[in-house]
Design a protein around this ligand. Structure first.
Ligand code: SF4
Length: 101
């Protein structure tokens, strides 16, 4: 009986510790990164000067990239889809993402 109670208390304490750690170490991911990446051609060719589409998507969302046409295989349909998406998904402070076609 004492062993069962001890294990139950330990389980509860460890569970609470894990819940606290998960909340404390939580990394917030900007969902726009994946959405923008999905609107790029997806060749991961590096022609944009970034190591792949994910890196270029991050550069777009953070405002580091100057223009979408750095993505050489990209076409207007890609650029327009990204601009349309970002128009509806501004930065957290409400400012628009600064990117041109
Ligand atoms: S040039 Fe375009 S397709 Fe190639 S890695 Fe950059 S974003 Fe991706």
């Amino acid at each position: 009986m004492a062993a069962t109670l001890t294990l139950a208390v330990m389980g509860l304490l460890l569970g609470l510790g894990l819940a606290y750690a998960a909340e404390f170490f939580k990394v917030e991911v900007d969902e726009r990164l994946e959405e923008v990446e999905n609107r790029l051609p997806g060749y991961d060719c590096g022609a944009c000067g970034y190591p792949g589409c994910a890196a270029f998507a991050e550069a777009i969302v953070t405002g580091e990239a100057e223009k979408l046409s750095l993505c050489k295989p990209g076409k207007d349909e890609h650029y327009n889809a990204i601009l349309e998406y970002l128009k509806d998904h501004p930065n957290k402070d409400g400012s628009p993402v600064d990117i041109k076609k």
